[in-house]
Design a protein around this ligand. Sequence first.
Ligand SMILES: [Zn+2]
Length: 237
Amino acid sequence: MSEKTEAFIISKEESGDSSYVVTFYSKLFGKINLFVKSARTSKKRFQGKLESGNLYDIEFIKAKKLGSLDSLIKIDINDENRFINFDKDISIFQALILEAINKFEINEQPNFEIYEILKFFSLNINSDLKIKKIKIAIKTLNKYLKILGIQPSIKKCYKCKKNMLSIRYFDLKNGGNVCLKCKSNNNASIFNLKSPINIKKLGNNYESLEILLFLISRFCEYHSGKIFNSVKYLRTT
Ligand SMILES: [Zn+2]
């Protein structure tokens, strides 16, 4: 018997000479890996239909053998898919968000809110304004970290809850922005910014937003215990 669901592609890997293993985040099953046999040779069936970030209607069949992958048998663009006008920035932001979900999620643990976050990103990321795009990327990652229960503190010191004017020290382990008083001196997980970010001006300062996105990405790496390939494309401090 086959299963049907809506699903976003979050990554794909070549398998053998002609096939793919595609990782989806699906509405009904959460993260799933599906074997796509001969995807690279049978062009009619799959060409142009295995693009990361797109929303598809998929159908797959369960593997007969234990430990084998389930197989994708049908895939079509979902009516609600929003085509993204890709540019360099959007490609990097999308790669980062998909990678975060891929690295944090475990297979077959569906969470509708995560599915909705992928929708939120694809509905809102199209823009001609650089600053709007990076804000959507930060908002998407923050929403996701909130679901995971590890959203970093930005405007307040995570420890004493004092309102902060800037980000100078960012504690990757314990929760984000931290004031000088609360920062313990030899904490290896604290990222020290040479030029602090002004929080009041954050909303209209692209460079500061870039640094904030970088900090949140490092935070994701720290908490997943995994290196993110997409982080190297972000601006560093
Ligand atoms: Zn404090």
